[in-house]
Design a binder for this molecule. Structure first.
Ligand SMILES: [Zn+2]
Length: 265
């Protein structure tokens, strides 16, 4: 990766390197997992202070049930991490997961994702972004492409600086009114991995097709907020449909071995 070497040279003052994503893709990594966790926790705490979370015990217990089933099949260290789920008082369909073990689900998501399998599509996808270190990759790409001045600014975020831009980089941007979408490559990767986690956790992977079709059907002039930060890679529904068929044995084996979540509101 000539690109990576060049950027490492540019970012000599920042701890930098290249990594490999769970699907084998090369990634530029200039921030550590612990820095990302600090940024995630900081962004989540800001939302809490701003009063974005609502007291919705039924939704919260339901989303926590789905999240816990998914977290159990994540690779270490994510499977042993303590994940906190909060419900965001927003009627648009959106959700996010942050490094550091934090998940936010908008109230509006429960209208779009109408059963546990569909909610698992959303949360599996979000958790896959975290496990694939997509936030760190975005921070790193941002640091690299905008060079030293911006590098200082974004890096300052990890030191308690501008947490709004940090939150945007982590994918909670829509929550704070800042839109910064994941790349289509990252989206494809999160789709594939998230669907695998679903099947391993005993959620029906075919629900991914249904959920994304519903997202697309709501498109037009006012698409779901989720799509603004999670752009649709080409042929998303077809790819997910094909992968669902491949994952059916995994799903059936999970159910047979007792991984059969019964999450409901
Ligand atoms: Zn996404």
């Amino acid at each position: 990766m000539k690109f990576c070497y060049l950027l490492i040279a540019l970012a000599a003052t920042v701890l930098s390197g290249c990594a490999t994503s769970p699907t084998g893709r090369q990634q530029l990594m200039m921030v550590s997992d612990s820095q990302m966790s600090q940024m995630g926790l900081s962004a989540f705490n800001d939302m809490r202070k701003q009063g974005k979370f609502v007291n919705a015990p039924r939704e919260r217990a339901y989303a926590t049930c789905v999240a816990n089933a998914l977290v159990a099949v994540l690779p270490p260290p994510w499977n042993t991490q303590q994940w906190e789920v909060q419900i965001v008082g927003d009627d648009s369909a959106n959700a996010f997961a942050l490094p550091g073990g934090r998940i936010g689900v908008n109230k509006g998501m429960f209208k779009l994702a109408s059963n546990q399998d569909q909610l698992a599509v959303v949360l599996g996808h979000e958790l896959a972004h975290v496990v694939s270190r997509h936030g760190a990759e975005r921070v790193s790409d941002n640091l690299a492409t905008q060079a030293a001045v911006t590098a200082g600014t974004v890096y300052a975020g990890s030191r308690g600086g501008d947490t709004n831009s940090v939150a945007a980089l982590l994918g909670a941007g829509a929550q704070l009114g800042i839109l910064l979408p994941f790349s289509r490559t990252q989206e494809s990767e999160a789709d594939t991995l998230g669907q695998r986690y679903m099947a391993q956790a005993g959620f029906d992977p075919r629900a991914a097709v249904t959920l994304w079709q519903k997202m697309d059907a709501q498109g037009g002039s006012k698409p779901p907020a989720f799509l603004s930060t999670h752009p649709s890679p080409g042929g998303r529904a077809q790819t997910l449909g094909r992968q669902a068929q491949q994952l059916l044995p995994v799903y059936e084996q999970a159910r047979a071995s007792g991984r059969a979540p019964g999450c409901r509101m």
